[in-house]
Design a protein around this ligand. Structure first.
Ligand SMILES: Cc1cc2nc3c(=O)[nH]c(=O)nc-3n(C[C@H](O)[C@H](O)[C@H](O)COP(=O)(O)OP(=O)(O)OC[C@H]3O[C@@H](n4cnc5c(N)ncnc54)[C@H](O)[C@@H]3O)c2cc1C
Ligand code: FES
Length: 255
């Protein structure tokens, strides 16, 4: 797919809580068809310490309105600077980058599992699955009730299960502790979040012979396969997360 470098226009910056915000962006030209799991390399202007672009997943796209959304967690200087963007500002991105989640088989029972900023690509994926006739289960993990975001949006695409670390909503604990893993039978699990969560879910899927795709959030610099800083060890050798991923079948990963 052709890569584009574009100045997008910020049309909204909605702060969901102290950690997360959503940038809504538009473009003078029509957005290309994007695939769930793909990401953009976002330039952080006015911040000399963050000269490297930051990788951010496609969170949502509305082709009719020609808008694109990025859900961003403030992790450091770069994302902090992005959180201060205002409507009318420009945001320069390189996109679409990386591969995507694969299409499930007909009648697959699907679970989407996300934690932290890993929930970002799952909304776009869920909408894509819904438009193709699937009704996935979705499990999202948060620290506490106050930090739950976009619950209503995920409800539009499937059955939503929540875990909170303090038990203030949903089941107490981490995503991987939730009872659906012992009560439901899935054919496919798509996962994005902290490595420990993806590894635990990957291990569960291997044991149960469930297809499992994980979207890795390795540190990146160039985002286009040039610097090799995002290399991951796979059964096919060392691959770049930015061009061969970020989505991998867990069976291909040497974790
Ligand atoms: C393919 C991909 C898609 C991503 N999608 C999203 C997204 O949709 N929304 C979102 O909020 N974040 C996403 N991330 C993570 C995001 O890129 C980082 O949080 C961001 O680059 C941090 O930049 P910073 O300047 O704010 O923080 P920095 O000052 O660079 O780092 C602050 C802290 O965050 C840690 N960190 C930096 N990059 C990562 C990373 N990739 N994974 C885990 N920890 C990191 C650093 O080690 C450090 O401890 C994605 C990462 C990848 C690789
Ligand atoms: S980030 Fe440079 S090769 Fe992947």
């Amino acid at each position: 797919m052709t890569k584009r470098i574009e100045d997008l226009k910020v049309i909204g910056n909605k702060h969901l809580n102290n950690d997360f915000f959503i940038l809504e962006l538009t473009c003078d030209t029509k957005f290309p068809i994007l695939a769930p799991g793909q990401f953009a390399q976002v330039r952080v202007d006015g911040s000399p310490e963050t000269f490297l672009r930051r990788p951010i997943s496609i969170h949502d796209v509305d082709y009719e309105r020609n808008t694109l959304k990025l859900l961003i967690q403030i992790a450091g200087k770069g994302t902090q600077t992005l959180s201060e963007l205002l409507p009318g500002d420009n945001l320069n991105i390189i996109y679409p980058l990386g591969n995507s989640f694969s299409m499930p088989a007909e009648n697959d029972n699907i679970l989407l599992a996300g934690g932290g900023c890993g929930i970002a690509p799952l909304l776009f994926l869920g909408k894509y699955l819904k438009s193709n006739g699937f009704v996935p289960d979705i499990i999202l993990g948060f620290r506490n009730k106050e930090r739950i975001i976009e619950f209503e949006d995920y409800l539009q695409i499937g059955n939503v299960f929540i875990t909170t670390e303090d038990g203030s909503m949903g089941e107490k604990g981490y995503v991987t502790n939730h009872s659906i893993f012992s009560t439901q039978n899935y054919d496919r699990i798509c996962c994005c979040g902290p490595d420990s969560m993806m590894k635990a879910i990957g291990e569960y899927c291997r044991r149960k012979d469930i297809v499992c795709e994980v979207s890795l959030e390795n540190l990146m610099a160039c985002g286009i396969g040039a610097c090799l800083c995002c290399v991951v060890n796979t059964t096919g050798g060392n691959l770049c997360t930015c061009i061969d991923g970020p989505v991998f079948n867990v069976n291909d990963l040497k974790w």
